[in-house]
Design a protein around this ligand. Sequence first.
Ligand SMILES: Cc1ncc(COP(=O)(O)O)c(C=O)c1O
Length: 448
Amino acid sequence: MPNNAESALIERDLAHLIHPLHHRATHTGGKVWVGGDGAFLVDANGDRYIDGLSGLWNNTAGNGRRELVEAGSKQLAEMAYASSYAGSSNLKAIELGEKLARITYPNINRFFFTSGGGESTDSNIKMARYYWKLKGKPDKTKVISRVWGYHGVTLAAMSATGIDAYWPMFEPRVPGFIHIPTPYPYFYEAPAGAASQGIAAANELEKAILAEGQDTIAMFLAEPVQGAGGVIVPQDDYFPRIREICDQYDVLLVSDEVITGFGRTGTMFGLEHWGVQPDLIQFAKAITSGYFPLGGIGVSDEIASVMDDSGKPFMHAYTYSAHPTGCAIACAMLDVIEAEDFPGQAAAKGKRLLDGLKDALGGHPNVGEIRGLGLMCAVEYVEDRSTKTVFDAARGIGPKINAETMARGMFSRVRGDVYCLAPPIVTTDETIDRIVEIVAESTVAVLG
Ligand SMILES: Cc1ncc(COP(=O)(O)O)c(C=O)c1O
């Protein structure tokens, strides 16, 4: 369809708006979204697209969920806003805390709410530092995270984020942030004699703790599956070994569940796959399915009891912490997640998607790896499969694949030459099969 209605809107947009990750050149020819239903988005020309990334990994329930809309409108009508600073609360925040305590890891029962993922990263960094100061270890302030980790882009979150494209124009980063290699099963090379690739990758954490000094490290921050970094699923023995190292060196394990939380990977939270409990979690996105900006952190019973005994307030705050409307929508969303078994649906549909992609593209000479867990997966394109040689970035293979998928009615994102997929958990099997066809046809269109 001609792009007239949309390009006129983009011209008006460009006159006044600066977007996330913006440059004029990357925005011309952009999309203006005006509607959506289920797993589909509709643009200003009236064309429908499969929402291949659930918005930004968040809209797991899809568009048009009446129960979420009604929960939000009811709360707005009853009370638009009230502070949640100490001394105040609201009904939906209390209910949300109770629901989260029931579904998160057994040792996580106390929550602080934010407006999104980046604020949750900052909140956990401050929580970890606060905890160690209360424990009489004020020098434990440093944060270790991983290459290809994405934790948001506030100045502190950006410093934890391990994708270097986010740094150069905002340097200097906050001091005291260290990055270790990602376990990336496709590329990580374990040293000779290592027990396994996963153990070797986890031992990178031990190396960093020893190099920096254990008395300086507050926390290790990791996504159970690295999302924006290219859907990197760790080895099965990686996180159990990480837990051991954190215990051995008194380092808090912080699980960034902003994408993996609430069913996306086939379990309610990501580390459940490997039987590991973190000390702190952070969440956002799917807790409201994107119907309202809300995130938060959850702390272990041990951290909660140290806070309780300390007499020292957690001097950290957001105006919109525990926003009543966000909490009302989150409560309704958690009901949907449980009633419709989102973890089970993600596991089954994720398998259908991954198997479909492997059948269609597993033999393609430029497909290095097709990987995923639950309903998040990725196709990694390489120049030479036998040597894992990557394409010259100047060839723009990933963006070309993306353009072909757009031309066939699917909207998602690439990280370099990795095509990422995380459609809504409500996506029908028929649409999952169409996603497979689109990726397969687009691959052939670009690479033959
Ligand atoms: C794992 C993870 N953490 C944190 C964030 C940052 O969230 P926000 O964009 O809401 O600040 C994201 C965003 O994609 C994310 O994927």
